[in-house]
Design a protein. Structure first.
Length: 283
């Protein structure tokens, strides 16, 4: 081997290392939309996906949400392996599902299961905004209905974290039917004495906000979460008027009596635990 080949190989290795390093930097760094600060994803995860500089909330994955709420190694997933089909033969819907599976690393827009929160056993559902913006199709409706029935059968409190763009248009009427389905099951659960804590995260809109998310015995929201049926731009275009600042966000809704409390993300676990103890749920 000639000396020139040695230097050439070394240069190729250095170029490859730089490309790898740049790729890792891009993957692990997120920009805050408010203050435009750049933060390592690992730093944000340790801070509950909240900007360390301006306190802006980043979107939190369902997996991270469960990790922040459930006691370690207590979560057991329910109905894993139930997949969406294409009930109305919507064009390329199968491809959209596969794309979202790959992007979110989840099989659907909600994870349901049973876990412990400070030793108290609970039924829990967490919506995944990275999967088709948490839209509610038949599988989402079935999973939420099924975990509600599990909660009723075993006398467990039910906690649902909502994050959704609403009903899933690719499933047409089958998606809209989930509003009635989930609402009916949850009302039956509450009539039988069940406790349902509904936690709004940003955003909770459309058919989800107009069905099970609004039916909690106690309605909790994260700060500055958008909670509505139709978004502010749609309303402004419809009525031709400028809406009040902060309209449809948590703080506005709390003042209007539409929420019971706003809780910082890092305080949610302890707040939920206190509510459960107050309602005689014990370890």
């Amino acid at each position: 081997m000639e000396i020139s080949d040695i230097f050439k190989n070394k240069k190729n290795r250095l170029d490859k290392l730089r490309r790898t390093r740049r790729k890792v930097d891009v993957e692990e760094t997120l920009e805050c939309k408010r203050c435009h600060g750049q933060f390592a994803k690992s730093v944000l995860k340790k801070n509950f996906m909240i900007c360390p500089d301006c306190n802006k909330y980043f979107s939190m994955s369902a997996e991270d949400r469960i990790r922040s709420i459930a006691d370690e190694k207590t979560f057991k997933e329910h109905l894993k392996g139930m997949y969406s089909v294409n009930p109305i033969d919507f064009l390329d819907y199968d491809k959209v599902i596969e794309k979202n599976k790959n992007r979110s690393k989840r099989d659907e827009a909600v994870i349901t299961g049973v876990c412990k929160i400070n030793g108290i056993k609970c039924a829990i559902a967490v919506m995944e905004s990275q999967f088709m913006m948490g839209s509610m199709g038949t599988v989402v409706g079935e999973r939420i209905s099924a975990i509600t029935e599990v909660a009723g059968k075993h006398n467990l409190p039910l906690i649902i974290f909502s994050a959704s763009g609403g009903a899933r248009m690719q499933e047409g009427m089958f998606s809209l039917m989930q509003m009635a389905k989930t609402s009916t099951v949850i009302e039956k659960f509450k009539e039988n004495g069940g406790l349902f804590l509904s936690v709004y995260t940003n955003p909770t809109t459309g058919g989800v906000s107009a069905s099970f998310a609004a039916l909690g015995n106690i309605l909790i929201a994260e700060p500055d979460a958008l909670i509505c049926f139709a978004g502010p731009r749609v309303i402004e275009q419809t009525i031709g008027e400028k809406l009040p600042e902060g309209f449809q966000h948590s703080e506005f809704l709390l003042k209007s009596g539409m929420l019971d409390m706003i809780v910082e993300r890092q305080d949610l676990k302890e707040t939920i635990h206190r509510i459960l103890v107050m309602h005689n749920y014990l370890p």
